[in-house]
Structures are given as C-alpha cells and as structure tokens.
Design a protein around this ligand. Sequence first.
Ligand code: ADP
Length: 199
Amino acid sequence: MNTNNIHPIFDRLLQREDREKRLEQKSKVLWLTGLSGSGKSTIAEALERKLYNEGFFAQVLDGDNIRSGINNNLGFSIEDRKENIRRIAEISKLYLNSGVIVINSFISPTIEIRNFAKSIIGETDFIEIYINTPLEICEQRDVKGLYKKARAGEIKGFTGIDSPYEAPLNPALEVKTIQMSVEECVDFIYKYIYNHINF
Ligand code: ADP
C-alpha cells in the first residue's frame, strides 16, 4: 500500500456508509407485520431471493432463526414478547450498520410493540409493511395447524383468536395477499423499496 497516498478512510473507524458503498446499496429494515399465516415468511423468503438475484444483499430474520436461537429462552407472555422484539430490533441495528438489508418476519401484534422496534431502529431506517390477509383466510390456510389448536383451547393467547392484532394505521406499504400471487406481492414490495435501497 502506498502510505503517501493514504485515503482518509484508513484514519477512522469504518462507518455504515463505507460498508453500504462496498455493497452498493443502502441498508434498511423491512418490517413485515401480519397475522400468523398471512404470508410474511413466504413473502420474506421470496423477497430475499429476488433481492439477491437483483444484486442486493439481504437477510431474513424470522421465528426459525431467532426464536429457536438467540431468543430460545423467551415465551409468549407480554414481557417476553417485548424482549423478543427488543432483541430483534437490536440485531437489526447491527445488520443495518453492516450495510445489510434486513427483512423481518414477525407478527409483532401491537402498535406499541412496533413503535418500540421503530424507536430502537430509528424512524428513517424502519419500513413498515403490513401483510394484510383476513383472519378467515389465515385460518383456512392454517399452515402450521396453530389456529385449530388455538380454537380448541390448546394454545392460549394466540394472535387473532384470544389475543389482539392491531393493524398498522399508517404503514409504508400494505400488501393484500388475497388479491395478488406471491410473485406479485414480492414485485410490489420490490418496486416500492427500490428507491430506498438503491445506492
Ligand atoms: P406467516 O409467516 O405470516 O405465518 P406463511 O408465509 O408461513 O405465513 O404462510 C402463508 C401461506 O399462505 C403459505 O402457505 C403461502 O403459500 C400462502 N399464500 C397464498 N397466497 C399468498 C400470497 N399472495 N402471499 C403470501 N403467501 C400466500
């Protein structure tokens, strides 16, 4: 390395902007919220693939890699749900700082809990996407058989059944999955976020 011509970047800690520049993207947190079975994970995974194919660098966070790992000591009480979201938001912030686009797939049922996540992540980096699917449809899909168990009283405090879901009042984007295929939902989100993530 020619030290006479050293770039100022070597004189200071690497910043998020440096990493964003290297990845040629702007990092954001896409926060997908919706009922169980609304389509969050399906859309998150397909969107992650689409972003990858388009040259972006993104990572899905969902129950599979969070609840089963770092948060495996948490249940579904009010306090534990809050702690679950706090850790997810803090992890998202680390990814943000690494220049990575984060796609979060969590029910995050209340306005308060999403505001809490937004306050940790920061308003300008938090893009709330409401995966809007009517409860009847989610229950018909019953992807994991959880609605049946909740109706039978085998699961207590299940969102939409005996625990409330508060829809976002002013989401950045609302995706109605009964009107669009998975691919159309992904394209719809991609078109919206493109200007936010393009370097
Ligand atoms: P969640 O992560 O919100 O609990 P999942 O993604 O696990 O929901 O399940 C959603 C189900 O709905 C999947 O079986 C998926 O194939 C189906 N589905 C039907 N149409 C759509 C759509 N337009 N977008 C997303 N999922 C859809």
